[in-house]
Write a protein that binds this ligand. Structure first.
Ligand SMILES: *[C@@H]1O[C@H](CO)[C@@H](O)[C@H](O)[C@H]1NC(C)=O
Length: 197
């Protein structure tokens, strides 16, 4: 049983059962007592409906990947993760690469970037998770040279207000580097942890 159910039962007991017990024990005329009890029942019904609405709200969550590799990226470019894996509520836009916050709350985002083998040295790429244009997290693909895949992740927990916008921006590039797509190699995902009323 959840905390909510327990507390509802406690409220029911205090507001309905105890007063009724008092009336019955004293063998009073009940006609005077019904109206306040009916009022309590109506209030409790309202609270229950609100709790049910909160419990039945659809999740806010998305995950998207790069369908094709991003060759010759440059600083100042946004990364658009175009292939949607999951998009509950449709708040991630796979044309612009942005997540639009539908409801105030605590959110979690994750950015994973891969780069295929680079035998030559001296290349790197930094990409940031941006909240309304300001960075809140950074994924750093730095390597002198590597003969197999490089895959780096950054993640962040943040509080958002309704209407806030989250996106991914490349802010630093050195050398010729490719962000690998065509599978779940480079992904952007996020979800609502808890609403704030
Ligand atoms: C992009 O989003 C649209 C609208 O939600 C969807 O219909 C389409 O399938 C998505 N495309 C990909 C490649 O995921």
């Amino acid at each position: 049983m959840s905390i909510t159910e327990n507390s509802l039962i406690l409220v029911l007991h205090v507001t309905l059962v105890l007063p009724l017990e008092g009336i019955l024990l004293q063998n009073q005329d009940c006609t005077q007592c019904i109206a306040p009890l009916e009022h309590q029942v109506a209030l409790l019904q309202q609270r229950l409906e609100t709790l049910e609405q909160i419990a039945n709200q659809q999740p806010v969550a998305f995950s998207a990947e790069l369908s094709t590799s991003l060759a010759h990226p440059s600083a100042g470019m946004s990364i658009v993760f175009d292939k949607v894996q999951f998009n509950s509520g449709n708040f991630y836009n796979n044309k612009t690469g942005t997540f639009y916050c539908p409801t105030s709350g605590v959110y979690y985002f994750s950015l994973e970037l891969s780069s295929s083998a680079h035998p030559q040295s001296g290349h790197s790429l930094h990409a940031k998770i941006m909240k309304n244009g300001s960075p809140i997290s950074i994924t750093i693909l730095d390597s002198d040279s590597h003969l197999s895949y490089l895959r780096r992740t950054s993640s962040v927990t943040t509080q958002l207000a309704q209407g806030d916008v989250i996106s991914v921006l490349i802010n630093f590039v050195v050398g010729d580097i490719t962000v690998t797509g065509g599978g779940p190699l480079s992904t952007f995902s996020g979800f609502l942890v808890q609403r704030i009323q």
